[in-house]
Write a protein that binds this ligand. Structure first.
Ligand SMILES: O=C(O)CCC(=O)C(=O)O
Length: 271
């Protein structure tokens, strides 16, 4: 593995994030820490470690239509979960998302007091997974009082075109594109996400990419016999509220302060 990133985001990196809407940060944590996150998320999927009110969704590709709703309940012991949210409840995931580099970059881009909109495991189970079409995260669909700017996406497994790596359109963050929600229509896709602008972000296990939330992205299914696991954290200004119910979000910097859990069953964010 290459050297770990310093705990400081450099001015050049900040410029690239501003111009291109993404920056590859390389590795920020030692391999043993990434392995521990992999083990922990498998334990959560298998029910060996349980938390109350964690949003969980089985992958629709696993064939259990009713169980692939996104609700705050454990859906049974299985490695075919697609999404598990609210991972800040877990001490290993909380420690990782409070990494000093993430503290530095959120202070530079957002504010001193930072919360998370979501701390989310995104999985494409072995030989499964769903195609996620081109979208921006939270440009229109999340109903936040302050637009979200940053997602830190960590590959928990090596990612490749064959296992459904992230695909992005560099520079696409400069405008809010979809007229409704975050998902592009066919016409918008033809204009803003033509094939020649697409970048496949193939990543090493443990590698991190900092995305602007409005950078268009998508991913395809996993055709390999191993899972493609990822941890995605959207950091927001602590003053952000959910417009529909005035809800606040768990603070993570300068320290962790939980909020009363949202007890609504369905999430506002589908992607
Ligand atoms: O992990 C993926 O494949 C897609 C993630 C994504 O679409 C998102 O974080 O909004």
């Amino acid at each position: 593995m290459s050297n770990l990133h310093s705990p400081i985001l450099s001015p050049a990196e900040l410029d690239q994030w501003r111009e291109q809407g993404y920056i590859r940060l390389g590795h920020v944590a030692p391999a043993e820490e990434i392995d521990a996150l992999c083990q922990r998320i498998d334990d959560i999927m298998l029910g060996e470690v349980r938390y109350d009110k964690m949003l969980m969704q089985l992958c629709p590709s696993a064939g259990e239509e009713e169980l692939s709703r996104q609700t705050k309940e454990f859906k049974g012991s299985s490695l075919t979960y697609r999404k598990i949210q609210d991972l800040e409840q877990d001490p290993l995931f909380l420690a990782y998302l409070q990494h000093p580099l993430f503290r530095d970059l959120t202070a530079k881009i957002i504010a001193q007091k930072v919360s998370i909109f979501r701390a989310m495991f995104f999985n494409k189970p072995a030989e499964k997974g769903v195609t996620i079409n081109w979208h921006q995260d939270g440009a229109g669909g999340w109903q936040l009082s302050i637009p979200p700017l940053i997602t830190v996406w960590t590959a928990l497994d090596h990612t490749s075109i064959t296992n459904g790596c992230l695909q992005i359109i560099p520079g696409s963050h400069k405008s809010m594109i979809p007229e409704k929600g975050d998902l592009l229509s066919e016409e918008e896709r033809a204009i803003h996400a033509p094939d020649e602008k697409r970048l496949y972000l193939e990543m090493e296990k443990g590698e991190v990419v900092l995305l602007h939330n409005w950078t268009l992205h998508r991913s395809e299914t996993n055709t390999t016999d191993k899972p493609r696991r990822a941890f995605s954290v959207c950091y927001i200004d602590q003053a952000t509220r959910q417009k529909t119910n005035d809800r606040a979000f768990a603070q993570v910097f300068p320290d962790y302060q939980s909020v009363e859990m949202d007890t609504s069953q369905e999430t506002t964010a589908v992607y």
